[in-house]
Design a protein around this ligand. Structure first.
Ligand code: SF4
Length: 217
C-alpha cells in the first residue's frame, strides 16, 4: 500500500468515526475565529472558550480591538497564558485590518500571514473554518504526532509536515483532515499510552502498540 492509498483508507475510517469533527474554538465570524486562534497558542481550546464570550461581547469589530487599551485586553485574556504578547498581537492585527482591509478579515493566505501575529497555522484555521477554503493543512501537536505514527512523514517541522500531507491527501480534505486528526489525538491516539486496543485504525496504523502500554491481542 502506498502512503496515498493508506491515507485514503485512514481518511475513510476517520470520516466514519468522527463525521461531526469540527473546529472546537467557539466563534460566529472570521474575526472571532482569528482572535480565538491567536489566543489558542500554548493553550487549550476549552480555556479559550471560557474567556471569549466576555471578550467578544466587549469587542465586536476590528476597530474595537484596535481601540481597547493593552491593560483592558490583557485583563480579558490573562488566563490563556502569554497574555501580554497575545493582547499586543491582537491589537496590532486589528490595526492592520483597519489600515489595509477596511476592518475585514481577508480570505487570502498572503494577506492573512502579513497581519501582525498571524502565521501560516492560524491563517489555515481561518481559511478552512471561516471561509471554507482548502489552502493548507493545520499542523498542531496532534496532527504532527498522528502524521508521524501513520508513517505519513518523518519530519518534525510543521511546515514540512504540512507539505508532505498536502502531497498525499486530496485538496478537498485538507481542512477537515486536521479536525479528524485533532479529534482522534484527543480521544484515542493520545501522546502517551494511545488506546491501540480499541483503535478503529489498528489494522492500518504502522505504529499500533508501539507507543501503548497495551499488548497486541
Ligand atoms: S493504532 Fe495506536 S498508534 Fe495507531 S492510530 Fe490507533 S491509537 Fe494511534
Amino acid at each position: 500500500m502506498t502512503k496515498a492509498e493508506r491515507a485514503q483508507s485512514i481518511l475513510e475510517v476517520l470520516a466514519r468515526t468522527y463525521p461531526e469533527a469540527h473546529c472546537e474554538l467557539v466563534h460566529e465570524n472570521p474575526l472571532q475565529l482569528l482572535v480565538a486562534t491567536i489566543l489558542s497558542a500554548q493553550c487549550t481550546d476549552k480555556r479559550v472558550n471560557l474567556v471569549t464570550p466576555a471578550l467578544f461581547a466587549r469587542c465586536q469589530t476590528a476597530a474595537d480591538y484596535a481601540a481597547i487599551s493593552q491593560e483592558e485586553l490583557e485583563s480579558f485574556v490573562k488566563t490563556t497564558g502569554f497574555f501580554r504578547s497575545k493582547a499586543k498581537n491582537i491589537r496590532a492585527m486589528a490595526a492592520d485590518l483597519i489600515a489595509h482591509h477596511g476592518g475585514e478579515v481577508p480570505a487570502r493566505m498572503p494577506a492573512l500571514v502579513a497581519l501582525a501575529g498571524v502565521g501560516r497555522k492560524t491563517a489555515n484555521v481561518v481559511l478552512g473554518d471561516a471561509f471554507g477554503v482548502n489552502e493548507g493543512v493545520v499542523v498542531d501537536t496532534h496532527v504532527a504526532r498522528l502524521s508521524q505514527r501513520f508513517g505519513f512523514t518523518k519530519q518534525k517541522d510543521p511546515v514540512k509536515i504540512e507539505q508532505e500531507l498536502m502531497k498525499i491527501v486530496p485538496r478537498e480534505c485538507w481542512a477537515v483532515l486536521s479536525h479528524w486528526l485533532i479529534w482522534y489525538g484527543r480521544r484515542r491516539c493520545y501522546a502517551r499510552n494511545p488506546d491501540c486496543a480499541n483503535c478503529e485504525l489498528q489494522t492500518l496504523c504502522p505504529s499500533a502498540f508501539k507507543f501503548s502500554k497495551q499488548k497486541a491481542g
